[in-house]
Design a binder for this molecule. Structure first.
Ligand code: SAH
Ligand code: SF4
Length: 415
């Protein structure tokens, strides 16, 4: 049966004419991606009563807002400090700002948070939040505490749903509803911070409970690059949240043209969802491969700025029983990434309702990991976290769209 599945999955659907070559990775291709992304723009950040959301504005935009009401640029610096360093949401508590101005600001602006529609805790302390935005759309965000130390990773979503449909991913079964705004992306982090009471933002060497950000939640971050980049610029600002780019990892399924831009502009750590070492299988598992095949993807990794032994690229590899987990796959993997400062994260497949794969057997996993390690790469097997609350990698999906999927399911059963 496993052989049958491997065979079934390796049927190639390559659309040859769609595959682009290195020389065609031009600004035009990036412009096309950004234009398409703009079709899924988030709603305006203005409330029905006319007040504007301040979370998610760049420093320059914040200055412009204040300038428009006749305030000096230093006020923007003050506000930035209150919003992102202190985590304050109430203008009336901003003690360095006069009563008059506090009132003025409160009439025109808000400092919001997504609404916490639900929060669940796993037996392993992982916490999953369902955040609802002003238009009613929802995403999931996960906090994964380090089991040994007082630190942890916040897994942020970048889109409601996903345009891509990787076969093993729950989010991939939810069509893309829209992109998240910069404010909604930073807002997830700030709302988790609220939940853990970690304000003001720790500075310097002070330990942080929310110590890293992984853009590994719902959505493909490089298909919402503009908002993700703006959000990360806010998060990295030293006078606010102040998380360094070394503590941020962006995971992509392989949007090659945007990987270059992300490296040049943001310089955050890169994780690449590889999952297969041959194009025919990767075409099936990660359909984006038909557009940006493995050779393009690996070339983009080789030129990713700052990749060094200290800043390695992470290759994510979900271990699917009988599909991509043979010793031959492991050997092909190390040949493929030869020379790239890299580590390989082996992710045991996390099942979700209706998923058709099985996790690799532990012995197979160990054998695979040994081959990769013997070739000189770190190959940690990622312990699944929060599986009991569907909070592990690839299990996120929001309820709002589940009803629709159920209807489709029953329609197709009926036909
Ligand atoms: N869209 C981005 C980031 C979100 S997914 C990307 O695809 O990279 C984060 C990671 O979880 C990716 O490596 C993804 O391939 C992996 N993943 C998806 N579904 C999974 C599942 N069911 N079990 C384990 N990992 C999964
Ligand atoms: Fe989208 Fe990533 Fe899931 Fe693929 S793995 S469907 S790109 S969220």
């Amino acid at each position: 049966m496993q052989q049958a599945m491997r065979k079934d999955l390796s049927i190639s659907n390559r659309v040859g004419s769609d595959a682009i070559t290195g020389s065609e990775l031009t600004d035009a291709e990036r412009a096309r991606i950004l234009a398409k992304s703009a079709l899924f723009s988030p709603p305006p950040t203005q409330l029905p009563d006319g007040r504007r959301e301040l979370v998610g504005l760049s420093r320059d935009e914040l200055k412009a807002e204040l300038d428009a009401i006749g305030e000096q640029p230093f006020r923007a610096k003050q506000l930035w400090h209150w919003i992102y360093h202190r985590g304050e949401t109430d203008f009336a508590r901003m003690s360095s700002i006069s009563r008059n101005l506090q009132q003025n600001l409160a009439e025109r602006f808000v400092i919001g948070r997504p609404e916490t529609a639900a929060a669940q805790a796993s037996a392993d302390q992982t916490r999953k939040f369902l955040f609802r935005f002003r238009d009613g759309q929802e995403v999931e965000t996960v906090y994964i505490p380090d089991p040994e130390e007082d630190r942890g990773a916040v897994c942020l979503s970048s889109q409601v749903g996903c345009t891509l449909s990787c076969r093993f991913c729950h989010t991939g079964t939810q069509r893309l509803v829209r992109n998240l705004s910069a404010g909604e992306i930073v807002g997830q982090f700030m709302a988790v911070r609220d939940a853990y009471g970690e304000w003001p933002s720790p500075t310097g060497d002070t330990p942080r409970l929310l110590s890293t950000i992984v853009l590994m939640g719902m959505g493909e971050p490089l298909y919402n690059y503009t908002n993700v980049a703006k959000a990360m610029t806010i998060v990295m600002d030293g006078e606010g949240i102040g998380l360094s780019r070394r503590r941020i990892t962006l995971s992509t399924s392989g949007v090659v043209p945007m990987m270059d831009r992300c490296g040049a502009e943001l310089g955050v750590n890169l994780a690449v969802s590889l999952h297969a070492v041959h194009n025919d299988l990767r075409d099936e598992l990660v359909p984006l491969n038909r557009k940006y095949p493995i050779e393009e993807l690996i070339a983009a990794c080789r030129r990713y700025p700052g990749a060094s032994n200290a800043r390695r690229i992470t290759f994510e590899y979900v271990m699917l029983r009988g599909v991509n987990d043979s010793p031959a796959d492991a050997r092909a993997l190390v040949r493929l990434i030869a020379g790239i400062p890299a580590k390989v994260n082996l992710i045991p497949f996390n099942p979700w309702p209706g998923s058709r794969f099985e996790p690799s057997r532990p012995a197979t996993l160990r054998q695979f990991a040994d081959i990769v390690m013997n070739a000189g790469y770190a190959a940690p097997v990622r312990t699944p976290r929060g599986r009991d609350i569907l909070a592990a990698c690839g299990q996120l999906r929001t309820e709002s769209k589940r009803t629709e999927a159920k209807q489709t399911e029953s329609r197709s059963r009926a036909s």
